[in-house]
Design a protein around this ligand. Structure first.
Ligand code: SF4
Length: 284
């Protein structure tokens, strides 16, 4: 792959976000403490290389507290329902809570509104761990919606609605849902719980799409914020490829002289980004 004379433009906001970096630092400190065994509840980030590296330091990923007899569990940045923390404490498992503060804010808002008698609507992906955690904090008096059309699922008797979002949602979608709800209910409370890191990354990527021929979005295929970035770039009309590693880059994606934009999800390591840029330079 060579001779295409590509020009590469990298978005300003790339690499780990604040919440992911914080969770990785907390895991690193736990590993150094010598306290064993240590687990993460689910992979700490959507990045197999990092998960493997933690395993070599004695931190294994598990899907359930049932597999932990004793020891320490790290709650990843997505957070968990309060019942999980409670269960861990009842089993004398030490909890290191690395829930991202932005996610904590969404959990807190959902809990407060549920306590005030609001029916909580969470704009997000139904099965995403972060959304399941927020749902748990709302105590069951809640519904997850993925798009404005899902608003019809809200029980008709609910007249007081509280809206929060998964941190990775777009401002446009929040606006559409809040607008539609405002005409349907007697009382509406809206908290914009989209995280700054996500919003900045989305704005940067969209700006970049205006000035490039092709976009590469680098990050886990199962990462919500990376998939959202790729979707937004596509919707902006720029040919976009969502890749996890440099090995997926194909020569025929680029015409000679193309300007290629590169952005990453919040759990993409600087090493993977470097590999992608190196591979593009070889194409050039
Ligand atoms: S994307 Fe935002 S909410 Fe999610 S972990 Fe990163 S900083 Fe926290």
């Amino acid at each position: 792959m060579s001779g295409k004379q590509l020009k590469i433009k990298v978005a300003r906001q790339v690499g780990y976000c604040y919440g992911v970096k914080r969770a990785l630092d907390m895991a690193g400190s736990a590993a150094e403490s010598g306290r064993k065994p240590i687990y993460t509840l689910g992979p700490i980030i959507h990045n197999p290389q990092v998960v493997e590296s933690l395993r070599s330091k004695g931190i294994a990923a598990t899907d359930s507290l049932d597999t932990i007899g004793a020891g320490t569990v790290i709650i990843r940045s997505h957070g968990v329902p309060p019942s999980v923390i409670q269960e861990a404490q009842e089993r004398d498992i030490i909890v290191i809570d690395a829930t991202c503060p932005f996610v904590k804010k969404a959990q807190k808002r959902a809990a407060e509104m549920a306590a005030e008698g609001y029916f909580v609507v969470i704009l997000g992906e139904k099965d995403h761990p972060e959304v399941l955690g927020i749902m748990g904090h709302a105590g069951g008096h809640a519904l997850v919606i993925e798009q404005p059309e899902d608003l019809r699922l809200i029980p008709l008797r609910e007249r007081k609605i509280g809206l929060v979002t998964q941190t990775t949602q777009s401002a446009e979608k929040l606006q559409a849902v809040a607008g539609a709800l405002s005409t349907q209910v007697a009382e509406l409370k809206v908290f914009n719980t989209i995280c700054n890191a996500t919003a900045r990354r989305q704005t940067d990527a969209l700006e970049l799409t205006d000035n490039v021929d092709v976009m590469l979005v680098v990050g886990g295929k199962n990462s919500a914020n990376t998939s959202r970035l790729a979707q937004m770039c596509r919707e902006a009309g720029t040919p976009t490829h969502h890749i996890e590693t440099a090995g997926e880059i194909q020569n025929d994606w680029f015409a000679p002289g193309n300007v290629v934009g590169v952005t990453t999800g919040a759990s993409t390591s600087p090493d993977i980004l470097r590999d992608v840029i190196d591979a593009l330079e070889i194409v050039s």
